[in-house]
Design a protein around this ligand. Structure first.
Ligand SMILES: [Zn+2]
Length: 455
């Protein structure tokens, strides 16, 4: 046991029943932001969150937006103390998967495991951070710790920027901590410092009033499904995944050798990756290649092709209309607006009749790999979990992160606590006491280091 362990152990033991009680209350509110029929539960979640913060001794309030509200709260101990803003979200994914072995919104404690939708994403980590902060404050650390708990993360944070513009309610911090990411393997902490961005586009093509008989019209009639398929082939090489839109890769910053080494140190295994997602084969078997592809390279993906006849058998028609749903994952320093312009120009050349509709843009994010905050976080993770974290990137996007970066231009550090087996966005989600107690130690150590660093 280290000195800190001895000091913090009684606190961690004492707060465990309270942690479990708070998590139970939160998990049992189905805060599914995607489902409009859950609006009342979203409101109850905001009210409960304020109560939870107040019960911990912090102040708290609901900040209204034109969507679901944001909960803000925390401790302000002094004007000259550094301020850290801790971001978590309290909305959850839907839970209709048939594989659930229990009712997803009934909290079930099974020794150190806490089952239920939202337990690991992101209610458990939110409460862990709160209790770590309370400890730092009780120890008299000269630091201001503020929380922002969002309720629209799972739908792309559409009103988060609006909440941040309420300057009287949310003040610019000196740094941000995000605890909403997954390790690659249990026992091996991981800290991402980069996220991919995204650009979603719907393409549609109307060539006729309705479906027409292919015997009577085929050969002369244009086929919108065929034309959209050709367009896909113009945009991407199906075998390699290489994007063929001119200029697409111009702003991509490739990962350094050191970054790739760090990716490989995360405990990632190609076979486990295949198993987790149920893949029969991949475009590559080389771990460095797989990691480069999922974390540090852009993609062009087709999600759906709609149109024509989809019933049993073959109905010989020429469709009059077809729609293609695509998105591109983007990496630093690609800009979704610029990629959209390139894509639009390319499409206009190839098929001017195709209509485009943007379905969402998210900026890629790259934080710092080194520097005082990253170094402090690395030491803190080691304090909490006994092992240096691997520095990795994530292939997904957290809309709120780039919003905070644009609003404040301060360092953003990710200290996630979820494990791959926790069922993130999947059935049978859970969180566990090992990650919670290690997380409390890690985050309390981080707050202490920031207090020492000063403003
Ligand atoms: Zn999350």
């Amino acid at each position: 046991m280290t000195g800190r362990d001895r000091k913090m152990a009684p606190y961690i033991k004492a707060v465990r029943p309270g942690f479990e009680h708070m998590l139970a209350e939160m998990v049992e509110l189905p805060s599914i932001s995607m489902d409009p029929s859950r609006a009342a539960d979203m409101r109850k979640t905001a009210t409960l969150a304020v109560q939870v913060l107040k019960d911990a001794g912090a102040e708290a309030r609901v900040i209204e937006t034109s969507g679901y509200p944001v909960v803000e709260g925390g401790w302000t101990t002094g004007k000259h103390h550094p301020t850290i803003l801790v971001y978590n979200h309290l909305d959850v994914q839907p839970a209709q998967e048939p594989e659930w072995k229990q009712a997803p919104f009934v909290f079930r404690k099974d020794r150190g495991l806490y089952h239920g939708r939202g337990a690991t994403d992101d209610k458990g980590p939110a409460l862990t951070a709160l209790l770590a902060a309370r400890y730092a404050i009780e120890q008299g650390q000269p630091i201001n710790i503020r929380f922002l708990w969002e309720l629209e993360e799972e739908i792309g944070s559409p009103h988060f920027a609006e909440a941040l513009t309420q300057r009287t309610l949310v003040h610019k911090p000196d740094s941000v901590l995000v605890s909403d990411t997954i390790w690659i393997a249990k026992g091996r902490p991981a800290m991402p410092y980069g996220l991919r961005g995204a650009l979603g586009v719907r393409l549609s093509l109307k060539t006729g009033r309705a479906d027409a008989h292919s015997g009577v019209t085929g050969g002369a009639a244009r086929n919108p499904l065929t034309e959209l398929c050709a367009l896909v082939d113009d945009c991407v090489d199906a075998r390699s995944g290489r994007v063929k839109i001119p200029g697409f890769y111009d702003d991509v910053v490739p990962p350094t050798k050191k970054e790739i080494e760090s990716f490989l140190a995360s405990g990632f295994q190609v076979e486990r990756f295949k198993q987790t997602y149920g893949f029969r084969s991949l475009r590559t078997q080389d771990p460095a290649q797989v990691l480069r592809r999922i974390w540090a390279s852009p993609t062009f993906e087709v999600h759906g092709l709609v149109g024509g006849y989809v019933g049993p058998g073959v109905k010989m028609i020429v469709p009059g209309y077809a729609e293609l749903k695509v998105s591109m994952r983007l990496v630093p320093n690609q800009k979704p607006e610029q990629i959209f312009r390139l894509f639009k120009r390319f499409l206009a050349e190839r098929n001017p009749d195709v209509h485009m509709e943007v379905e969402g843009m998210l900026q890629p994010f790259k934080g710092s790999f080194s520097g005082p905050y990253a170094d402090a976080a690395r030491r803190a993770m080691k304090t909490g979990f006994g092992k240096e974290p691997a520095l990795i990137r994530e292939g997904g996007s957290i809309g709120a992160v780039t919003t905070m970066q644009r609003a404040w231009h301060v360092p953003i550090i990710f200290m996630g606590l979820s494990l791959p087996e926790h069922g993130y966005h999947a059935p049978n989600e859970y969180f566990d006491w090992g990650q919670a107690s290690g997380g409390m130690k890690a985050l309390a150590a981080y707050f202490e280091e920031l207090a020492k660093m000063g403003k």
